[in-house]
Ligand binder design. Structure first.
Ligand SMILES: *Cc1c(COP(=O)(O)O)cnc(C)c1O
Length: 392
């Protein structure tokens, strides 16, 4: 099919929930994506940080296809080898005790919210169920995770929302303290707010938050759906601050392009979610877990993470020099670019010029594949530079 036919099919049959760029991708390799007409795009968005090893990485494809040929799905009533192996990789790497596998970030956060409330219910009874989240956060699109999201624009149309959420100012301990009460059971934060504009929480804030949570037996929940799996240059973003949360969620980059969400809990929560308290049909899918195992084996080592940090710093340095760029916020390969002019318009122009870059609020955002090369980075930056020079 040519691009016009694909667009027509889409417009006639798919709900218009996304404002799409004028781009129809039909195949990809590494950092490059192609449409039916053979137009080449360099993709520094990785499908919103999902394709952590780029498009169709050879080892990943092999792991996934081999697993698909062995067994593609079994229900959670039976034991699964690949799921067990992935779970052990995650618990060993984080020091957390147990995991629950779902299929998306929102679903991982749903499990986190349920686990926090259940822990508190078991120990303190019915009324200790509030969760504090941060302004400008993003936690997902289900009704509960929309309710958890601290942005008014998400609290429309779908009433009634779920009660029991309060929103504090990010990086402001006093604002947090004011909201804590004897009803608080959890505090949920992203270490870098991705959708909210690449806002980095500072280490001291996270460390103080950890201390407060420990003192009051409030669960510290870290939503690492976007920041996880080496995106920020550590396996998980909280690891930059030397703390250990009680609950961590991970999704986007974990499967290398296949849908997975995981909720990981510390020792005191390991048995809180007992039989029939939670479940999901597709959770711990063997093909998906095989992809995630390959990603974990590739990224979770010092050498790989060192490269992620070096490349991130390199991008920050180069992008800062572009005319019309005001500032760059960067941790690892999670990069927010504050510019003069409209980020949405610039992103659109970039797509026309063969660069796939996304936005976060008023910023441009890059989440390139974690194994992008310097040559590819230079190429992406040269397109961005040209577009900025022509349009700002
Ligand atoms: C993307 C995202 C989510 C939602 O993940 P889905 O897979 O779209 O449900 C939740 N939290 C954060 C921090 C995210 O970036």
């Amino acid at each position: 099919m040519d691009s016009e036919q694909i667009k027509k099919l889409d417009k006639e049959n798919i709900m218009p929930t996304y404002g799409r760029y004028d781009v129809c991708i039909t195949r990809g390799k590494g950092v490059y994506a192609y449409d039916s007409e053979g137009k080449e795009y360099i993709d520094v968005s990785s499908g919103i940080g999902v394709n952590s090893l780029g498009y169709c990485n050879e080892g990943w494809v092999k792991a996934v296809t081999e697993q698909a040929g062995k067994i593609q799905h079994i229900s959670n009533y039976y034991y699964s080898e690949v799921a067990g192996i992935l779970a052990e990789k995650l618990t060993k790497a984080t020091g957390l005790s147990k995991v629950f596998f779902g299929n998306s970030g929102a679903e991982a956060n749903e499990c986190a919210i349920k686990a926090a409330r259940k822990y508190s219910f078991d120990k303190y009874g019915e009324n200790r169920n509030e969760i504090i989240t941060l302004k400008n956060s993003f936690h997902g699109r289900t009704i509960a995770t929309l309710s958890a999201t601290g942005q008014e624009v998400f609290h429309n149309y779908f009433f009634p929302f779920v009660g029991g959420f309060k929103y504090a100012e990010a990086n402001d301990i006093e604002s947090l303290k004011e909201m804590i009460s004897d009803k608080t059971c959890g505090i949920m934060v992203e270490t870098v707010q991705g959708e909210g504009g690449v806002n980095i929480l500072d280490s001291h804030y996270l460390q103080t938050l950890r201390k407060i949570c420990t003192e009051k037996d409030i669960l510290m929940i870290v939503d690492e759906v976007q920041t996880g799996v080496c995106r920020t240059g550590k396996l998980y973003g909280y690891m930059h601050s030397g703390i250990k949360p009680d609950i961590v969620t991970s999704a986007k980059g974990l499967g290398g392009g296949l849908p997975i969400g995981v909720c990981m809990v510390c020792d005191k929560l390991k048995d809180v979610m007992g039989p029939s308290t939670h479940g999901t049909t597709f959770g711990s899918n063997p093909v998906v877990c095989a992809g995630a195992n390959y990603v974990m084996d590739t990224v979770n080592n010092e050498a790989f993470m060192g490269e992620v940090n070096k490349k991130g710093a390199y991008i920050k340095e180069k992008v800062s020099e572009i005319k019309g760029v005001n500032s760059v916020r960067q941790q690892g390969l999670m990069i927010g670019i504050e510019i003069q002019g409209n980020a949405g318009d610039i992103a659109k122009k970039c797509a026309e010029n063969g660069l796939l870059i996304i936005t976060a609020k008023t910023l441009l955002r890059m989440l390139p594949p974690l194994n992008i090369t310097y040559e590819e980075i230079d190429k992406a930056i040269s397109i961005l530079t040209k577009v900025m020079e022509e349009n700002i």
